[in-house]
Design a protein around this ligand. Structure first.
Ligand code: CU
Length: 336
Protein backbone atom coordinates (compact mmCIF):
# COMPACT_ATOMS: atom_id res chain seq x y z
CA UNK A 1 0.00 0.00 0.00
CA UNK A 2 2.82 2.38 0.96
CA UNK A 3 4.71 1.41 -2.18
CA UNK A 4 1.65 2.07 -4.30
CA UNK A 5 1.13 5.49 -2.73
CA UNK A 6 4.76 6.37 -3.32
CA UNK A 7 4.40 5.23 -6.92
CA UNK A 8 1.36 7.45 -7.39
CA UNK A 9 3.03 10.43 -5.71
CA UNK A 10 6.11 9.84 -7.83
CA UNK A 11 3.99 9.76 -10.94
CA UNK A 12 2.20 12.97 -9.89
CA UNK A 13 5.51 14.76 -9.28
CA UNK A 14 6.94 13.51 -12.57
CA UNK A 15 3.80 14.41 -14.47
CA UNK A 16 3.59 17.81 -12.76
CA UNK A 17 7.12 18.58 -13.89
CA UNK A 18 6.25 17.26 -17.30
CA UNK A 19 3.11 19.42 -17.32
CA UNK A 20 5.13 22.48 -16.30
CA UNK A 21 7.42 21.99 -19.26
CA UNK A 22 4.46 21.59 -21.57
CA UNK A 23 2.87 24.70 -20.10
CA UNK A 24 6.00 26.70 -20.70
CA UNK A 25 6.05 25.49 -24.29
CA UNK A 26 2.40 26.30 -24.93
CA UNK A 27 1.88 29.28 -22.67
CA UNK A 28 0.98 31.63 -25.48
CA UNK A 29 -2.42 29.92 -25.34
CA UNK A 30 -3.82 31.82 -22.36
CA UNK A 31 -7.39 32.08 -23.49
CA UNK A 32 -10.02 29.70 -22.24
CA UNK A 33 -13.68 29.71 -23.26
CA UNK A 34 -16.05 30.58 -20.46
CA UNK A 35 -19.36 28.76 -21.02
CA UNK A 36 -22.52 28.66 -18.93
CA UNK A 37 -22.14 24.93 -18.22
CA UNK A 38 -21.21 21.59 -19.78
CA UNK A 39 -24.52 19.85 -19.01
CA UNK A 40 -25.31 17.08 -21.48
CA UNK A 41 -28.79 16.84 -22.97
CA UNK A 42 -29.79 13.23 -22.17
CA UNK A 43 -31.75 13.07 -25.45
CA UNK A 44 -28.68 14.01 -27.51
CA UNK A 45 -28.15 10.52 -28.93
CA UNK A 46 -27.24 9.39 -32.45
CA UNK A 47 -30.24 7.86 -34.25
CA UNK A 48 -30.76 4.08 -34.02
CA UNK A 49 -28.74 2.07 -36.55
CA UNK A 50 -31.27 1.04 -39.16
CA UNK A 51 -28.85 -1.13 -41.14
CA UNK A 52 -27.64 -4.71 -41.27
CA UNK A 53 -24.36 -4.10 -43.10
CA UNK A 54 -21.21 -2.74 -41.63
CA UNK A 55 -19.85 0.54 -42.95
CA UNK A 56 -17.21 3.15 -42.25
CA UNK A 57 -18.20 5.56 -39.48
CA UNK A 58 -16.12 8.70 -39.07
CA UNK A 59 -16.34 10.72 -35.84
CA UNK A 60 -14.53 14.01 -35.34
CA UNK A 61 -13.91 14.94 -31.72
CA UNK A 62 -12.26 17.96 -30.15
CA UNK A 63 -10.62 17.90 -26.71
CA UNK A 64 -11.16 21.29 -25.15
CA UNK A 65 -10.79 23.03 -21.79
CA UNK A 66 -13.57 25.40 -20.72
CA UNK A 67 -14.73 27.10 -17.54
CA UNK A 68 -18.40 26.57 -16.69
CA UNK A 69 -20.80 26.03 -13.82
CA UNK A 70 -20.56 22.71 -11.97
CA UNK A 71 -23.05 23.58 -9.23
CA UNK A 72 -24.92 26.86 -8.63
CA UNK A 73 -22.39 29.59 -7.87
CA UNK A 74 -19.28 27.50 -8.56
CA UNK A 75 -17.45 27.45 -11.87
CA UNK A 76 -15.08 24.59 -12.61
CA UNK A 77 -12.25 24.28 -15.11
CA UNK A 78 -13.63 21.38 -17.19
CA UNK A 79 -11.62 19.41 -19.71
CA UNK A 80 -13.98 17.61 -22.06
CA UNK A 81 -14.94 16.43 -25.51
CA UNK A 82 -17.02 18.12 -28.20
CA UNK A 83 -18.12 16.82 -31.58
CA UNK A 84 -16.96 18.55 -34.74
CA UNK A 85 -19.12 18.66 -37.85
CA UNK A 86 -17.28 20.27 -40.76
CA UNK A 87 -15.87 23.50 -39.36
CA UNK A 88 -18.43 23.69 -36.57
CA UNK A 89 -17.36 22.53 -33.13
CA UNK A 90 -20.26 21.66 -30.81
CA UNK A 91 -20.33 22.37 -27.09
CA UNK A 92 -18.05 20.61 -24.64
CA UNK A 93 -20.25 18.29 -22.59
CA UNK A 94 -19.84 15.81 -19.73
CA UNK A 95 -20.26 13.04 -20.67
CA UNK A 96 -18.81 13.61 -24.13
CA UNK A 97 -20.70 12.86 -27.34
CA UNK A 98 -22.27 9.40 -27.49
CA UNK A 99 -20.89 7.31 -30.36
CA UNK A 100 -22.99 4.58 -31.95
CA UNK A 101 -21.49 1.91 -34.20
CA UNK A 102 -22.08 -1.71 -35.20
CA UNK A 103 -19.90 -4.79 -34.85
CA UNK A 104 -17.70 -5.02 -37.95
CA UNK A 105 -17.88 -1.31 -38.78
CA UNK A 106 -14.68 0.49 -39.62
CA UNK A 107 -14.54 3.28 -37.07
CA UNK A 108 -12.39 6.31 -37.83
CA UNK A 109 -11.89 8.69 -34.92
CA UNK A 110 -10.19 12.02 -35.50
CA UNK A 111 -9.30 13.83 -32.29
CA UNK A 112 -8.08 17.42 -32.32
CA UNK A 113 -6.67 18.95 -29.18
CA UNK A 114 -7.97 22.55 -29.33
CA UNK A 115 -5.31 25.16 -30.05
CA UNK A 116 -6.10 27.05 -26.81
CA UNK A 117 -5.64 23.99 -24.57
CA UNK A 118 -3.06 24.15 -21.80
CA UNK A 119 -2.77 20.36 -21.55
CA UNK A 120 -2.03 17.46 -23.88
CA UNK A 121 -5.01 15.13 -24.38
CA UNK A 122 -5.56 11.69 -25.84
CA UNK A 123 -8.19 8.96 -26.23
CA UNK A 124 -8.58 5.43 -24.93
CA UNK A 125 -11.60 3.46 -26.16
CA UNK A 126 -12.45 0.45 -24.01
CA UNK A 127 -13.69 -1.32 -27.15
CA UNK A 128 -10.22 -2.88 -27.40
CA UNK A 129 -8.33 -3.72 -30.60
CA UNK A 130 -5.85 -0.89 -30.24
CA UNK A 131 -8.45 1.85 -30.22
CA UNK A 132 -6.24 4.57 -28.77
CA UNK A 133 -4.81 7.92 -29.79
CA UNK A 134 -1.61 8.93 -28.00
CA UNK A 135 -0.93 12.33 -26.42
CA UNK A 136 -1.66 15.30 -28.67
CA UNK A 137 -0.16 18.73 -28.03
CA UNK A 138 -2.53 21.72 -28.33
CA UNK A 139 -3.55 22.31 -31.94
CA UNK A 140 -2.59 18.80 -33.09
CA UNK A 141 -4.95 16.20 -34.62
CA UNK A 142 -4.55 12.43 -34.32
CA UNK A 143 -6.50 9.61 -35.95
CA UNK A 144 -7.23 6.01 -35.02
CA UNK A 145 -9.04 3.44 -37.17
CA UNK A 146 -10.40 0.28 -35.60
CA UNK A 147 -12.96 -2.48 -36.17
CA UNK A 148 -14.91 -3.22 -32.98
CA UNK A 149 -15.64 -6.95 -32.79
CA UNK A 150 -17.25 -7.16 -29.36
CA UNK A 151 -20.73 -5.84 -28.67
CA UNK A 152 -21.45 -3.70 -25.69
CA UNK A 153 -21.52 -0.24 -24.18
CA UNK A 154 -18.01 0.98 -23.41
CA UNK A 155 -16.47 4.06 -21.92
CA UNK A 156 -13.95 6.15 -23.82
CA UNK A 157 -11.74 8.54 -21.92
CA UNK A 158 -8.61 10.65 -21.96
CA UNK A 159 -5.56 9.32 -20.18
CA UNK A 160 -2.90 11.80 -21.28
CA UNK A 161 0.42 12.40 -19.52
CA UNK A 162 0.21 8.87 -18.13
CA UNK A 163 -2.37 10.26 -15.71
CA UNK A 164 -5.84 9.04 -16.67
CA UNK A 165 -6.94 9.78 -13.07
CA UNK A 166 -6.35 13.50 -13.61
CA UNK A 167 -7.94 13.82 -17.05
CA UNK A 168 -11.00 11.75 -16.13
CA UNK A 169 -11.42 13.82 -12.94
CA UNK A 170 -11.74 16.93 -15.13
CA UNK A 171 -14.58 15.33 -17.16
CA UNK A 172 -12.94 13.63 -20.13
CA UNK A 173 -15.13 10.58 -20.82
CA UNK A 174 -18.07 9.42 -22.87
CA UNK A 175 -19.84 6.31 -24.18
CA UNK A 176 -19.41 4.27 -27.33
CA UNK A 177 -22.11 1.74 -28.10
CA UNK A 178 -21.09 -1.23 -30.23
CA UNK A 179 -24.34 -2.75 -31.43
CA UNK A 180 -25.01 -6.20 -32.85
CA UNK A 181 -25.66 -6.55 -36.58
CA UNK A 182 -29.03 -4.96 -37.33
CA UNK A 183 -28.75 -2.66 -34.30
CA UNK A 184 -30.63 -2.73 -31.02
CA UNK A 185 -34.34 -3.56 -30.86
CA UNK A 186 -36.62 -0.59 -31.25
CA UNK A 187 -37.85 1.11 -28.08
CA UNK A 188 -40.07 4.16 -27.53
CA UNK A 189 -37.48 6.46 -25.89
CA UNK A 190 -33.72 6.45 -25.43
CA UNK A 191 -31.64 8.52 -23.00
CA UNK A 192 -27.94 9.02 -22.27
CA UNK A 193 -26.72 9.55 -18.71
CA UNK A 194 -23.16 9.96 -17.46
CA UNK A 195 -22.23 9.91 -13.79
CA UNK A 196 -19.08 11.35 -12.26
CA UNK A 197 -17.83 12.70 -8.97
CA UNK A 198 -15.88 15.92 -8.44
CA UNK A 199 -13.09 16.92 -6.09
CA UNK A 200 -12.62 20.65 -6.15
CA UNK A 201 -10.42 23.40 -4.72
CA UNK A 202 -10.49 27.11 -5.33
CA UNK A 203 -8.36 28.53 -8.11
CA UNK A 204 -7.42 27.57 -11.64
CA UNK A 205 -3.71 26.96 -11.79
CA UNK A 206 -3.21 27.76 -15.47
CA UNK A 207 -5.69 30.67 -15.45
CA UNK A 208 -5.10 32.57 -12.18
CA UNK A 209 -7.01 35.55 -13.61
CA UNK A 210 -10.25 33.55 -13.81
CA UNK A 211 -12.37 32.84 -10.75
CA UNK A 212 -13.21 29.18 -10.44
CA UNK A 213 -12.34 25.76 -9.12
CA UNK A 214 -10.13 22.95 -10.30
CA UNK A 215 -9.19 19.42 -9.23
CA UNK A 216 -8.20 18.87 -5.59
CA UNK A 217 -5.82 15.93 -5.84
CA UNK A 218 -5.72 15.34 -2.07
CA UNK A 219 -9.49 14.92 -1.93
CA UNK A 220 -9.33 12.67 -4.98
CA UNK A 221 -6.62 10.50 -3.40
CA UNK A 222 -8.74 10.25 -0.25
CA UNK A 223 -11.87 9.56 -2.39
CA UNK A 224 -13.83 12.32 -0.65
CA UNK A 225 -15.80 14.04 -3.41
CA UNK A 226 -17.55 17.39 -3.03
CA UNK A 227 -20.15 16.74 -5.71
CA UNK A 228 -21.68 14.10 -7.95
CA UNK A 229 -23.29 14.80 -11.29
CA UNK A 230 -25.58 13.16 -13.74
CA UNK A 231 -24.65 14.86 -17.03
CA UNK A 232 -22.08 17.41 -15.96
CA UNK A 233 -23.94 19.68 -13.52
CA UNK A 234 -25.39 18.91 -10.08
CA UNK A 235 -28.79 20.11 -11.37
CA UNK A 236 -28.51 18.90 -14.99
CA UNK A 237 -31.37 16.39 -14.78
CA UNK A 238 -33.26 18.26 -12.05
CA UNK A 239 -33.50 21.92 -13.05
CA UNK A 240 -36.06 22.60 -15.82
CA UNK A 241 -33.76 25.43 -17.02
CA UNK A 242 -31.19 22.71 -17.81
CA UNK A 243 -32.52 19.23 -18.65
CA UNK A 244 -34.81 18.60 -15.66
CA UNK A 245 -37.74 17.91 -17.98
CA UNK A 246 -35.83 16.13 -20.72
CA UNK A 247 -36.41 12.61 -19.40
CA UNK A 248 -40.15 12.43 -19.99
CA UNK A 249 -41.94 9.32 -21.26
CA UNK A 250 -45.51 8.10 -21.56
CA UNK A 251 -47.01 5.41 -19.38
CA UNK A 252 -46.32 2.05 -21.00
CA UNK A 253 -43.30 3.28 -22.98
CA UNK A 254 -40.35 0.97 -23.37
CA UNK A 255 -37.33 3.04 -22.32
CA UNK A 256 -33.62 2.48 -22.87
CA UNK A 257 -30.86 4.28 -20.95
CA UNK A 258 -27.22 4.30 -22.04
CA UNK A 259 -25.25 4.84 -18.84
CA UNK A 260 -21.56 5.63 -18.44
CA UNK A 261 -19.74 6.07 -15.16
CA UNK A 262 -16.59 8.17 -15.49
CA UNK A 263 -15.90 8.02 -11.77
CA UNK A 264 -12.96 8.58 -11.37
CA UNK A 265 -13.18 6.56 -8.14
CA UNK A 266 -16.69 5.54 -7.23
CA UNK A 267 -19.13 3.01 -8.66
CA UNK A 268 -22.77 3.84 -9.27
CA UNK A 269 -25.70 2.00 -7.73
CA UNK A 270 -27.97 3.27 -10.47
CA UNK A 271 -31.67 3.32 -9.68
CA UNK A 272 -34.91 4.92 -10.80
CA UNK A 273 -37.29 5.16 -7.85
CA UNK A 274 -40.49 3.22 -8.40
CA UNK A 275 -39.15 1.37 -11.44
CA UNK A 276 -37.39 -1.91 -12.14
CA UNK A 277 -35.00 -2.39 -15.04
CA UNK A 278 -36.56 -5.27 -16.95
CA UNK A 279 -33.20 -5.79 -18.63
CA UNK A 280 -29.67 -4.81 -17.57
CA UNK A 281 -26.95 -5.29 -20.19
CA UNK A 282 -23.51 -5.12 -18.55
CA UNK A 283 -21.88 -6.63 -21.66
CA UNK A 284 -23.14 -7.94 -24.97
CA UNK A 285 -26.75 -7.58 -26.03
CA UNK A 286 -27.66 -11.28 -25.69
CA UNK A 287 -26.45 -11.56 -22.10
CA UNK A 288 -28.85 -9.43 -20.13
CA UNK A 289 -29.98 -9.75 -16.54
CA UNK A 290 -33.73 -9.59 -15.93
CA UNK A 291 -35.48 -7.60 -13.22
CA UNK A 292 -32.56 -5.74 -11.68
CA UNK A 293 -33.62 -2.75 -9.61
CA UNK A 294 -30.14 -1.36 -8.87
CA UNK A 295 -27.43 -2.35 -11.33
CA UNK A 296 -23.91 -1.56 -10.19
CA UNK A 297 -21.87 0.24 -12.82
CA UNK A 298 -18.23 0.59 -11.81
CA UNK A 299 -16.09 3.62 -12.60
CA UNK A 300 -14.57 3.23 -16.04
CA UNK A 301 -17.55 1.31 -17.35
CA UNK A 302 -20.77 1.68 -19.31
CA UNK A 303 -23.97 -0.35 -19.51
CA UNK A 304 -27.44 -0.33 -21.02
CA UNK A 305 -30.66 -0.69 -19.07
CA UNK A 306 -34.25 -0.97 -20.26
CA UNK A 307 -37.49 -0.53 -18.42
CA UNK A 308 -41.19 -0.38 -19.12
CA UNK A 309 -42.67 2.74 -17.50
CA UNK A 310 -45.62 1.13 -15.78
CA UNK A 311 -46.70 3.87 -13.38
CA UNK A 312 -47.37 7.52 -14.11
CA UNK A 313 -45.70 10.12 -11.93
CA UNK A 314 -42.44 11.95 -11.29
CA UNK A 315 -39.63 9.74 -10.03
CA UNK A 316 -36.11 10.38 -8.85
CA UNK A 317 -33.12 9.02 -10.70
CA UNK A 318 -30.45 8.31 -8.07
CA UNK A 319 -27.22 6.66 -7.20
CA UNK A 320 -28.69 4.46 -4.46
CA UNK A 321 -25.65 5.14 -2.32
CA UNK A 322 -28.16 7.74 -1.22
CA UNK A 323 -26.04 10.33 0.59
CA UNK A 324 -24.70 11.15 -2.84
CA UNK A 325 -28.12 12.62 -3.73
CA UNK A 326 -27.63 15.84 -1.72
CA UNK A 327 -24.22 16.11 -3.40
CA UNK A 328 -25.86 16.09 -6.84
CA UNK A 329 -26.59 12.46 -7.79
CA UNK A 330 -30.26 13.17 -8.35
CA UNK A 331 -32.32 13.55 -11.51
CA UNK A 332 -35.95 13.40 -12.58
CA UNK A 333 -37.81 10.78 -14.57
CA UNK A 334 -41.27 11.90 -15.64
CA UNK A 335 -43.95 9.43 -16.73
CA UNK A 336 -47.05 11.09 -18.24
CU1 CU B 1 -7.10 14.95 -21.39
Amino acid sequence: MICYKKFIQGMVVFASLNGLMLNIQSHTADAVDIVSNVAKDPTDIPPPLARGRSQTVTINLVAKEVVGELTPGKNFWFWGFAEKDGDTVGPVTVPGPMIRVMVGDTVVINLTNAADSEEPHNLDFHTGFGAMISDLAPGVTGTVTFKPKREGAYIYHCGAEGMPWEHVSYGMYGLIMVEPRGGLKKVDKEFYIGQGEWYIKEGIEDHPDIEGYSLDEDKALAEHPDYFTFNGHTDALKDPALYGNAITVNEGDKVRIFFVNGGPNLGSSFHVIGQIFSRFYPGRYMDFIRNEETPFIPPGSAAVVELRALTAGDFYIVDHALWRAPKGALGLFHVN
